[in-house]
Design a protein around this ligand. Structure first.
Ligand code: BGC
Length: 529
């Protein structure tokens, strides 16, 4: 069999037809409802205790930290109250050994240290004043609470939330594995380490990155109907949306404001259909799952998100290299190579190790439309030590990579469509001309060429959405979602702390917004500096 025919046959295994997409949307909706009714379901549907989305008039200075992938970010955010904000941040890679540390304390001590370094660097005055105050204070608890930064903690793993700043870790994802942390309150873990360093910081809110994305998008682009979904398509994938309280049937333990009639739900859709009733399942999906730290879990994420796409491709490539019937990355001699010299793969190429193929090269493959695929061939050399790949090799690589990327986008459309349909906004006569706003973030939507186009293509084929519906769905990037969103939730939490009941607080928010249409929280109350 020729390489071209073989790669086309492999690519076809990643097809996900319109019928399959429609079938999956129905199943997604069924699993959404199930998750709203009881605990322990595949789609967790976690209540977040966040009962409203912002409108862009919020003000104040807040801190946010973000743990959820390869980097840890610390930021301070000045919300200007006019849909704009100023954000200062530092970013540090999380050492691999801390992702799989023996104790949670090791990881959280590292995080607290980064917060200290950030404060010293960017808020030196505040930090120094605080240290001075502490040293002159007769009682260590004597300093005033308003000198303390409110911090929103974006923690992008499945957490059973029991209040706005309290929640226990259900399971790790995305390569993290510290069993000691499972079942513990992650806010308390962070606060303990912050306190050991005597930092003027209070963990005020616990936020999933998708919830942050939803908040940030609502703040920056408020419309009549508000943003309905915040979604991440990056290292991992997940979505949070606004659900009617009346649909949320499972019992809630914490306090929350009932007056809005809504609550943001963190779907944890990475675990949609762990039972594989509608998800595609090639031999390479099976192999990836088997070798992962969490077999049988996050099955949708393992077919959609950036951490896994490169690994699926790597497994296909390894199989093709072993296939005696095709000649892949191995021409006989330089005369059969159209480009440079005889193809060879470095013996220490990362293609031979698990996770050794960075998904970013799939973006290069998708973007390279030159006749010789010279950019891709350059990257194969640079990133994977595959020297002098032939044009046919690069074409095969591209065809397979594109098929995996396309399947991911079509699966992404399933979740988006199910949630849009669930909100009923497409058919509601009151919003007939309004766009259905969706905020997204993550490396795939940002950097993978045509990812959004491929999502739209699938959306158009979905019953109940079609051409017209797809036109109304506005998928926009929510930059810095996790920082700004966490700040916004810390703001709500700060209001709750002031011993107003939540309902009073939100009532105040709304009447302030109505009366002066400028400031939702009086600036003095909101600013902590
Ligand atoms: C986590 C989610 C998170 C998503 C995107 C998933 O692995 O379970 O909580 O929102 O990644 O970061």
């Amino acid at each position: 069999m020729t390489l071209e025919a073989q790669s086309a046959a492999i690519a076809a295994q990643f097809d996900y037809t319109d019928d399959q997409v429609n079938n999956a949307v129905n199943e997604f909706r069924r699993q959404m409802t199930e998750g709203l009714e009881k605990d322990g379901t595949s789609l967790s549907q976690i209540p977040t205790y966040v009962t409203g989305v912002p409108n862009g008039t919020e003000k104040g200075l807040y801190m946010a930290v973000d743990l959820g992938g390869t980097n840890f970010r610390v930021c301070s955010i000045q919300l200007n109250g006019d849909t704009t904000f100023n954000l200062t941040f530092t970013k540090v890679a999380i050492p691999r050994k801390l992702m799989v540390a023996k104790t949670a304390q090791e990881l959280f001590a590292f995080l607290a240290k980064q917060i200290e370094l950030f404060l010293q660097k960017h808020h030196e005055d505040h930090f120094e004043q605080h240290v001075r105050r502490r040293m002159t204070m007769s009682s260590p608890d004597g300093y005033k609470d308003e000198h303390v930064f409110r911090l929103g903690f974006t923690f992008s793993f499945p957490v059973q939330q029991v209040g706005i700043n309290k929640g226990t870790l259900i399971r790790w994802t995305k390569g993290f594995d510290i069993p000691d942390a499972v079942g513990k309150d992650v806010c308390a873990l962070l606060q303990d380490e912050i306190d050991k360093l005597h930092l003027p910081v209070k963990v005020a809110a616990l936020v999933n990155d998708t919830v942050g994305t939803l908040m940030a998008r609502s703040y920056s682009s408020p419309g009549k109907t508000g943003t309905v979904l915040g979604a991440i398509f990056g290292t991992g994938t997940n979505g949070a949306y606004v659900e009617k309280l009346s649909n949320l049937k499972k019992p809630l333990s914490g306090e929350y404001d009932k007056t809005t009639g809504e609550m943001v739900i963190n779907t944890e859709w990475g675990s949609f259909d762990n039972q594989l009733s509608v998800l595609p399942n090639t031999a390479w999906d099976v192999a990836l799952d088997k070798a992962s730290p969490n077999p049988g879990i996050q099955m949708y994420e393992k077919r959609v998100s950036g951490m896994f796409l490169g690994e699926i491709l790597r497994l296909v490539i390894i199989d093709l290299l072993k296939d005696p019937k095709v000649s892949f990355f191995k021409d006989e001699n330089s005369s059969s190579n159209d480009w440079k010299s005889t193809t060879n793969i470095a013996s220490d190429s990362s293609i031979y190790t698990q996770w050794g193929l960075d998904t970013a090269i799939m973006s290069v493959a998708a973007a390279d439309n030159t006749p010789e695929l010279s950019t891709l061939r350059g990257e194969l050399e640079k990133q994977l030590g595959i020297y002098s790949a032939g044009l046919d090799d690069a074409q095969a690589f591209k065809a397979i990579a594109n098929a995996i990327g396309r399947r991911s986008a079509r699966l992404s459309a399933v979740a988006i469509a199910a949630i849009v349909l669930q909100t009923g906004k497409l058919t509601h006569p009151a919003n007939a001309d309004e766009p259905i706003d969706i905020g997204v973030d993550g490396s795939l939507v940002e950097h993978y060429p045509y990812f959004r186009d491929m999502i739209y293509e699938a959306l158009r084929a979905i019953d109940g959405i079609g051409e017209e519906g797809a036109k109304r769905i506005r998928i926009g990037i929510a930059k810095d979602g996790s920082g700004v969103g966490a700040a916004l939730i810390a703001l709500v939490a700060a209001g709750m702390e002031k011993r107003l009941t939540t309902a009073d607080y939100l009532g105040e928010l709304r009447s302030n917004a109505k009366s002066n249409n400028l400031t939702v929280v009086p600036e003095d109350d909101a600013a902590q500096d």
